[in-house]
Design a protein around this ligand. Structure first.
Ligand code: ZN
Ligand code: ZN
Length: 140
C-alpha cells in the first residue's frame, strides 16, 4: 500500500513525505471529493497549514483538481494519471448531490467546448450539475 502511494506521488514529481502520503491515502479512500476541512477532520490532529500546503502542491502538480461546487468550500478529487502540472486533462462534469452534499467526478462526461463572443478570455471552465446522486435517488 505504502509503495503504491509513494509511486503515485513520484509519478507526479512530488517528493513523498509522511503528510503527503496521509493526505493522498485519505483522498484515495473516498470516492467523493473532499474539502480541506474534510481532510483535516479525517486526519485529526493535524496542522491546518500543512494540509493546505499539501493540497496546493497536489493541485499544482496535477495529482488532484479543485472543484467549486457552490457549497462554499472548494473540494479536491484525484486526477487521472494523464494530468500534468500545467495541463489538467480531466475537464469533466462534476455532480453535487443536494441530499448527501457529496461531490463526485463524472470522468466519462467531458465538459463541452463553449465559445464565447468577442474579447472574453477564458481561463477555465467548470460544469457542476446538481440534484440527487444514484444512492440518494434510490432511497426516495
Ligand atoms: Zn447523495
Ligand atoms: Zn473531478
Amino acid at each position: 500500500m505504502r509503495n503504491l502511494l509513494e509511486d503515485s506521488l513520484i509519478a507526479k514529481q512530488i517528493t513523498p513525505t509522511a503528510m503527503r502520503l496521509l493526505v493522498l491515502e485519505v483522498l484515495q479512500q473516498h470516492a467523493a471529493a473532499l474539502s480541506q476541512a474534510d481532510v483535516e477532520q479525517l486526519l485529526q490532529p493535524v496542522d491546518r497549514i500543512t494540509v493546505h500546503r499539501t493540497l496546493k502542491t497536489f493541485t499544482d502538480k496535477g495529482l488532484v483538481h479543485r472543484i467549486e461546487d457552490g457549497s462554499g468550500a472548494a473540494k479536491y478529487a484525484l486526477c487521472e494519471p494523464t494530468c500534468t502540472p500545467k495541463q489538467h486533462q480531466d475537464l469533466h462534469v462534476h455532480f453535487f448531490c443536494t441530499s448527501c452534499r457529496e461531490t463526485s467526478c463524472l470522468p466519462t462526461i467531458a465538459v463541452p467546448a463553449i465559445t464565447l463572443p468577442g474579447a472574453y478570455r477564458v481561463q477555465e471552465t467548470s460544469l457542476v450539475m446538481k440534484g440527487q446522486c444514484p444512492r440518494c435517488a434510490d432511497s426516495d
